[in-house]
Design a protein around this ligand. Structure first.
Ligand SMILES: NC(=O)c1ccc[n+]([C@@H]2O[C@H](COP(=O)([O-])OP(=O)(O)OC[C@H]3O[C@@H](n4cnc5c(N)ncnc54)[C@H](O)[C@@H]3O)[C@@H](O)[C@H]2O)c1
Length: 342
């Protein structure tokens, strides 16, 4: 297997912003992109050409069945993920799936069930913050006990504006965007979301549609007792920023604060803020894909895994429920199956 994957032959489903970025990063890692699928044939053709002449498909399931495709990247819209991941599991092909793993808890459960039936981990979920150098340094500091026992996680996630136009629903805002923050909390705290105390929102950009709450504030309780506060803002206006402060009983740690070259001119002093996630997480996207390829080559288990995708989605759905009903939601404690240990 090791020799066979000396150059991993990858198929990319979804030739938009993320699919193109992952394809570029794969080429930089010595993998070959041999097939591209997109429901828009022109997009598929354009990315396939940029990858040196890959085959093209309109349906990702056909790409998964292509015998020359050894592993698959799924970067099509959220509601398509589960179907393509399940097709990969059916074919026993490793798959890197952009977040979210699925849009319904039932579909995420089905992915976990089918992977368990395969008896090995085949799914990696695109929670790239886990590969961001700054977030990793912060997690190490938490683990080493630099600020003692964490008691509060205060996270912010701001987009300049809703990237793909109106998100459609408040649930889609949470399942598409806040899922990153929920995974971040699980990973940094080494804990699960135990209770959603409250989720409140307001409309900032009315052009997104009536009732769309593009600013949401979430108050959570984690197993082990820490509290968490998440600001999710699709319409911050000024740029893209993601950060977190971990307050411990002996100090606090922060990541994601403005940094870089400081410019002083015309009576002002400041640093620039990235315009979007592609700029902010450039290194993390490259690192997660590099890790995926290296892991497949070495036969190790991919990470973050399907259970991470499932658990984050369960938390996201609980947040959506809390927003809708205005009440608290307590989650049922679940232990991951042994396949997902470590
Ligand atoms: N990890 C991150 O930070 C991050 C950032 C942005 C987007 N994403 C995720 O990546 C995925 C893609 O987002 P994007 O920004 O690249 O979107 P995009 O709109 O730029 O690209 C999506 C592509 O999928 C194609 N497509 C639509 N339906 C399809 C189908 N049924 N089968 C195959 N292709 C289909 C579209 O034609 C388009 O080319 C989404 O799931 C999104 O949530 C993750």
């Amino acid at each position: 297997m090791k020799g066979r994957w000396a150059e991993l032959r990858v198929g990319v489903v979804g030739a938009g912003g993320m699919g193109s970025r992952h394809a570029r990063n794969l080429l930089g890692r010595g993998a070959a992109v041999v097939a591209v699928a997109d429901s828009d044939p022109e997009r598929a053709r354009s990315l396939a050409e940029a990858c040196g002449g890959a085959r093209t498909y309109e349906d990702g399931a056909e790409l998964v069945r292509d015998p020359d495709v050894e592993a698959v990247v799924v970067a099509s819209p959220d509601p398509t993920h589960a179907r393509y991941v399940l097709a990969c599991l059916q074919a026993e092909k490793p798959v890197f799936c952009e977040k979210p793993l699925a849009t319904t808890v039932q579909d995420a459960e089905e992915v976990v069930r089918r992977e368990l039936a395969c008896g090995r981990r085949l799914v990696q979920v695109g929670f790239q913050r886990r590969y961001d150098p700054e977030f990793r340094a912060l997690r190490r500091a938490v683990e080493e006990g630099l600020v003692g026992r964490p008691v509060l996680f205060r996270a912010w996630h701001r987009n300049a504006r809703a990237a793909h136009g109106p998100p459609g629903s408040n649930e889609a805002v949470i399942v598409n965007s806040a899922i990153h923050d929920l995974d971040e909390l699980r990973w940094l705290a080494g804990a699960e979301v135990e209770v959603v105390h409250a989720v409140v929102g307001r409309s900032v950009d009315p052009s997104l549609g009536e009732g769309i709450l593009d600013l949401q504030v979430m108050q959570l309780g984690l197993t082990g007792g820490a509290l968490a506060l998440v600001e999710l803002n699709l319409s911050a206006g000024y740029g893209y920023e993601v950060g977190v402060e971990v307050v411990g009983d002996q100090g606090s740690l922060s990541a994601g604060l403005p940094s870089g070259v400081v410019a002083r001119r015309e009576g002002r002093c400041g640093v620039s803020v990235p315009g979007d996630w592609l700029a902010r997480f450039e290194d993390a996207y490259a690192a997660e894909v590099a890790s995926w390829v290296d892991t497949l080559r070495s036969g190790g288990p991919p990470w973050p895994h399907a259970w991470d995708g499932y658990a984050a989605l369960v938390a996201a759905r609980a947040c959506a429920h809390a927003l809708r009903t205005g009440g608290a939601v307590r989650l049922t404690a679940e232990n991951p199956p042994p396949l997902y240990a470590a």
